[in-house]
Ligand binder design. Sequence first.
Ligand SMILES: NCC(=O)CCC(=O)O
Ligand SMILES: [Mg+2]
Length: 328
Amino acid sequence: MISRNRRLRTNDSIRSLVRETSLTTNDLVLPMFVTEGDNKKEAISSMPGVFRQSLDLTVKTVKENYDLGIKAINLYMKVSENLKDNTGKEAWNPNGLMQTAIKAIKDAVPGIIIMPDVALDPYSIYGHDGIIKNGKIDNDSTVEALVKMGVSLAEAGADILAPSDMMDGRVLAMREGLEESGFTDVGILSYAAKYASAFYGPFRSALDSAPVDNQDIPADKKSYQMDFHNSREAIDEALKDVDEGADIIMIKPGMPYLDIVSKIRELITQPIAVYQVSGEYAMLKAAVQNGWLDNDKVLIESLTSFKRAGADMIFTYAAPEVAKLLNR
Ligand SMILES: NCC(=O)CCC(=O)O
Ligand SMILES: [Mg+2]
């Protein structure tokens, strides 16, 4: 034998020398759930270690995580039922929870990159990302609403808008809305390939935002989120969003969709984000709680696999504990 691959695996030093990818705190984006009120910290049972917090505690958590090296957060609001309707208009209330949260966090931690979620589902009585017309999710009126939401979040101080709704044409409309309002430096991270996935279950219970059971409206999000049987369609979605002005492209969920990450990596030059979604997080944590998997090892391995597939940044609920592991 001339070639022995094991030579370069002999010890830790040689392995680190030939390492092709590595995970650092620079890669991490922390998704956070904010709820109304003061001094509130509510556990989310299907997401061990993740909490819905009122804004005062959220600001503290952001500060702690910034000091650990986490430079970006992705925000989700849980608003009360009486603020929800079919238009989602609470989403662009200048004094709404999201707008207030962005201002308070920026004041306390000016260096943090705030990437608010842009979608109507937390504000929709139907739990859909769009406005319902004649029993269907109406694309174009939803896009108009999303532009209003996006501009209002930019006014509050958002750095990068993160539209997760999967309506067609919303990236271009949002880019134009931002330009016209003078927010030329506010970026767009588009959820370009977001699949209709069963892995979002724990997230929807965290925000109480699942599509409601009502025979007059669609029971699922399959008319706008992607069919998980497809991959060419994901490429088309990503290329379109790049053409429409997206600065960063998101692929979601993560672990079951690494083939998509790898394909899109070959085709675009823009940074790619991947989301380790609530169901992936829940799955790992459940096995850890049973003593079946080693927490630290599976977290690092699963997140590193996103980097290997081609991701530049990773949205993960485990960001705080992973940052601590990486800082050791
Ligand atoms: N825009 C956020 C989601 O759709 C769900 C994420 C998750 O399941 O973690
Ligand atoms: Mg699209």
